[in-house]
Each structure stands twice: as structure tokens, then as C-alpha cells.
Write a protein that binds this ligand. Structure first.
Ligand SMILES: CC(C)(COP(=O)(O)OP(=O)(O)OC[C@H]1O[C@@H](n2cnc3c(N)ncnc32)[C@H](O)[C@@H]1OP(=O)(O)O)[C@@H](O)C(=O)NCCC(=O)NCCS
Length: 212
């Protein structure tokens, strides 16, 4: 590596670290001001984050949680930012060391992201249907009879890019969801599921599964 290349690399590294420090500073402020969030230690934010927590809603961010968005930090899902929305009776609880890339989460009741779970770029997690299924209410009435059921994602799971997790789903610890999947049913621990609708692909630890 030439002297000039070395200097250029060092400058770029310093630039990237400064950007991340700036994003983290702005992001933490948004989480605290717009989200009234309890934010743990060493939470890092790269790229932008959108936060809205209605009065009465709760946003909890554990230690060492990572938020990433933007092409520089993760090209997958770079066209959207991390966006966290919590309704007036909702709780969004993101546990320690979880990592979210350009992920949208809407919690009207409860969404839990377990410790060490990674969520791929562009993923969407909704604990509700947003609109009534009855067209008379949806179009002409007060559109507030919306299906709402909590979503719980266990610890050390891996949710593929652009997956959608729908209301009422529980994903067991360490389980994996394929890229672009639509998950409408709960997934046991230690399994890989994929597709639309997501179906069982295989056990993560076949020896353990056949022994039990
Ligand atoms: C789910 C995943 C982990 C499976 O990987 P794998 O264990 O190597 O599995 P394979 O590629 O051997 O595929 C196994 C089967 O699942 C299917 N499959 C794999 N991923 C799928 C997906 N995302 N959607 C639908 N089906 C899928 C394959 O077609 C194959 O089906 P077959 O047995 O009928 O031929 C991987 O395909 C995936 O989606 N990774 C996520 C990548 C990602 O989004 N990263 C985050 C970026 S920020």
C-alpha cells in the first residue's frame, strides 16, 4: 500500500467514524425527544432513524442495540430508514445487542425483539392490520376495529431482508426467516422458514432436533 493510499484510507476511516458519531448523537436525541425512549448504553446509530411514540406508548432500547440504514452502512434496504412507531397503548421493546437495518416496526400493542436478534434491510414488523377488514367500516365508518395481536421475536434470531412479520406471530429463539418472506404463523425455535406464506424449510440443528 502506497503512502498516499494509506493516508486516503485513514482519512476515510476518520470520516466514517465521525459520521457515525454524528448520526448516533442525532438519533439518540430523536429517540429521547420524539420517542421519550429509555435508551441503553452504547447504542449506535448509523444513518437516519424516524421515531414516533404516541403519548402513553413505550419505547425501550437495550444496551448495545445497533441501528443501520443508508447505502454507506448497508446496501440492503438502503432505500428506507429505520422507522419506529408506537401507538398510545403500545410497547416496543428492543433487547440488548439486537441489530436493525432499515426496518419499519409498528407497535399498537406489543412488539418485542429479543437479545442479539438481527433484522435484515427493509424488513417490516406489524402487530396490527391498520384497517378494518369490513369495507363498510373501513370506507364509510370509523376505521378503528383493527386486528391487533402482539409480535414476539426471540433471541439470536435472523430475519432476512425485506421479510414481513405480521400480527400475532412469535418466532422462537435462534430461528431464521428467509429474505422476502411473509410470516403469518408462529415459528418454533431453531428452525428456518421462508416464502410467502413462510413455511418450514429445515431444522437449524438437525442432530439436536432428531435427538429430542
Ligand atoms: C433462508 C436462508 C437463510 C436459507 O439458506 P440455506 O439454508 O442455505 O437454504 P438453501 O439456499 O439451501 O434453500 C433451502 C430451500 O429453501 C428455499 N429458500 C431459501 N431462501 C428462501 C427465501 N428467501 N424464500 C423462499 N424460499 C427460500 C430454497 O428455494 C430451497 O428450497 P428447495 O429445498 O425446495 O430447493 C437464505 O436463503 C436467506 O434467505 N438468507 C437471508 C439473506 C438476507 O436477507 N440477509 C440479510 C441482508 S441485510
Amino acid at each position: 500500500m502506497s503512502f498516499v493510499t494509506g493516508i486516503a484510507r485513514q482519512l476515510y476511516r476518520t470520516y466514517s467514524v465521525s459520521i457515525r458519531a454524528w448520526d448516533t448523537c442525532i438519533g439518540r436525541t430523536k429517540l429521547k425527544v420524539f420517542g421519550r425512549a429509555r435508551v441503553g448504553d452504547d447504542v449506535r446509530i448509523s444513518g437516519q432513524i424516524c421515531v414516533k411514540v404516541s403519548p402513553g406508548g413505550k419505547l425501550l432500547i437495550g444496551n448495545k442495540v445497533r441501528f443501520v440504514s443508508g447505502f454507506r452502512f448497508n446496501p440492503v434496504g438502503h432505500d428506507s430508514k429505520n422507522a419506529l412507531f408506537v401507538g398510545p397503548e403500545g410497547t416496543l421493546d428492543i433487547h440488548e445487542s439486537a441489530g436493525l437495518s432499515s426496518t419499519t416496526i409498528v407497535a399498537r400493542k406489543s412488539v418485542v425483539i429479543g437479545e442479539g436478534t438481527f433484522i435484515g434491510g427493509g424488513a417490516r414488523i406489524y402487530d396490527n392490520d391498520f384497517h378494518s377488514l369490513d369495507p363498510a367500516i373501513r370506507v364509510h365508518g370509523k376505521d378503528d376495529q383493527v386486528g391487533i395481536r402482539p409480535v414476539t421475536i426471540g433471541r439470536e434470531c435472523f430475519i432476512g431482508g425485506y421479510a414481513i412479520i405480521l400480527k400475532g406471530v412469535t418466532i422462537g429463539d435462534r430461528s431464521i426467516v428467509g429474505a422476502g418472506s411473509v410470516v403469518s404463523r408462529s415459528i418454533p425455535p431453531d428452525q428456518i422458514w421462508a416464502g410467502n406464506p413462510a413455511v418450514f424449510v429445515r431444522d437449524l440443528f438437525p442432530d439436536k432436533a432428531s435427538a429430542s
